[in-house]
Design a protein around this ligand. Structure first.
Ligand SMILES: Cc1cc2nc3c(=O)[nH]c(=O)nc-3n(C[C@H](O)[C@H](O)[C@H](O)COP(=O)(O)OP(=O)(O)OC[C@H]3O[C@@H](n4cnc5c(N)ncnc54)[C@H](O)[C@@H]3O)c2cc1C
Length: 446
């Protein structure tokens, strides 16, 4: 243990009798000891006096100010500056940690799942899930932060769900959750929809949900804004890669692509579709990247019916789940198919869209948006989802490293939640709490 690892921590056992316990111990070493014996509670059970210095108390001590003195801030390394890592780094910094953020290619780079221009933000999410509430919190934080940075990252065009014949339980059972989360919505009849958006052919649509405060977010620009905010508030960023080597096994520090090493108290790995490669034993088969094609079509000259001023974001939940974002920044009308594509390597995969995928989308827009029948393809791009088996996120400590957190598995719907996840992660880490069972790795063992 080097001198830098030792910290004097003064903990008042309780504030009434003012019994002061001085503990001179490295928090990092303490976390390692906890990990070796199976967690803080096991250790405290075996050595009751250690209850006084449980990790929980050390963390609480962090926040107590007057009764606590620590010589150094917790140093947390966040690896990955996408939607998950970037916001986590920012909120950890705001909670008082010293944070180093690393990314191999930069925030929202062309290979990252957070790359590209835009992402949908919506609250309709079906039954029995936590995401409607998380999306509501995220929307509030997107607004707060964009105001703080004087940027427009969230475009509240509204989101229209077109509910087709047959099984509508996804939309129907979303309604109480929208209500509970305080997300405004309207149930619309086909006649009401036709009157508002005559540019949509509503054949086979039975009813709709309209979320007036939903819309789209700037993706790549959003990630860059988070990094700029993080730097402005005192964070440290390096464009460098963590070298993938047995991170599931024993290690003290991480090796970086520039030949240096990084040694932090705690680590958050938020490496999107790369997470499984970095932790093959723990996550290899639990995060499956799939190729997802995205298309941008040219709208008719002088016609604004398919741009953000006249059309909301839309979702069409039929046999396939297709969705789109109206034209913005002169980029054309975006359409994509949420169906999972083939497996894809995020580092070396060639990013060319499939001819079959383009045909499906062309047939679809000719049917649903007849005026775009012959619209030219302006742009296309390939991104990847990082899918978990149940499409729920992974938010958990590494099973053999108490001070290493794994954060990912966005499964095609993670971007919008970025700020709420960042805030949640900072709370979990700084207050030594456990994540919801739904997000923990344990769920895969049941
Ligand atoms: C086509 C498409 C459409 C989507 N639509 C939506 C939508 O409408 N709404 C929504 O909410 N979500 C959507 N998503 C999902 C969402 O974009 C992702 O879930 C989210 O962006 C994942 O963010 P992340 O930070 O986990 O991953 P990433 O953005 O991939 O970030 C991971 C970062 O880690 C870095 N990294 C990797 N390995 C290393 C290493 N060894 N060392 C250092 N750095 C490393 C990478 O460079 C990268 O920047 C969509 C995704 C796609 C692909």
């Amino acid at each position: 243990m080097t001198a830098r690892h030792w910290q004097n921590v003064y903990i008042y056992k309780n504030e009434q009798d003012h019994i002061e316990t001085m503990v001179s111990i490295s928090r990092r070493w303490l976390l390692r000891i906890f990990a070796a014996v199976g967690g803080a509670s096991t250790l405290a059970g075996r050595f009751p006096f250690l209850k006084l210095i449980s990790a929980n108390m050390l963390e609480r001590a962090d926040n107590r100010g007057a009764t606590t003195r620590m010589n150094a801030k917790t140093h947390i390394a966040v690896i990955g500056a996408g939607a998950f890592g970037g916001w986590t780094a920012l909120y950890l910094l705001r909670r008082g940690a010293r944070v180093t953020l690393l990314d191999a290619w930069g925030p929202g780079n062309a290979r990252a799942s957070s790359g590209g221009a835009t992402r949908v933000i919506r609250g309709t999410y079906g039954p029995n899930q936590p995401y409607t509430k998380v999306a509501a919190r995220a929307a509030q934080l997107w607004k707060e932060n964009q105001k703080r940075w004087n940027l427009k990252l969230m475009h509240q065009t509204g989101v229209l769900w077109m509910v087709t014949a047959g099984d509508d339980h996804f939309e129907r059972e979303s309604l109480p959750l929208l209500r509970d989360a305080g997300i405004p919505y309207q149930e619309l009849s086909v006649q009401e929809m036709a009157a508002r958006w005559p540019q949509i052919n509503l054949e086979a649509v039975h009813w709709g949900i309209y979320e007036p405060e939903g819309g789209f977010l700037m993706a790549r620009d959003g990630c860059q804004a988070v990094l700029d905010g993080f730097l402005a508030e005192g964070g440290e960023y390096r464009q460098v890669a963590v070298v993938p080597r047995d991170l599931d096994g024993k290690w003290d520090s991480v090796s970086l692509s520039d030949g240096s090493k990084l040694d932090a108290d705690q680590y958050v790995f938020a490496c999107g579709p790369w997470l499984g490669k970095l932790f093959p034993e723990t996550l290899g088969h639990r995060i499956r990247p799939t190729k997802q094609d995205v298309f941008f079509f040219g709208t008719p000259a002088g016609d604004d019916r398919f741009t953000e001023s006249k059309l909301p974001v839309w979702a069409d939940h039929r046999d396939r789940f297709l969705y789109g974002i109206p034209g913005n920044q002169g980029r054309g009308f975006k359409v994509a198919d949420d169906t999972r594509g083939p497996e894809f390597d995020p580092t070396s995969g060639e990013r060319t869209v499939s001819a079959d995928g383009l045909r499906v989308i062309r047939d679809y827009i000719a049917f649903r948006f007849p005026a775009l029948k012959d619209a030219p393809l302006l742009e296309s791009r390939v991104c990847q989802y990082e899918n978990t088996p149940d499409n729920n996120f992974i938010i958990d400590r590494h099973p053999s490293h108490e001070n290493v957190w794994l954060l990912g598995g966005g499964s095609g719907h993670g971007f919008k939640h970025g700020p709420a996840l960042g805030e949640m992660m900072a709370g979990l880490m700084m207050e030594h709490k456990n994540p919801e069972p739904r997000f923990k790795l344990e769920r895969f063992r049941r």
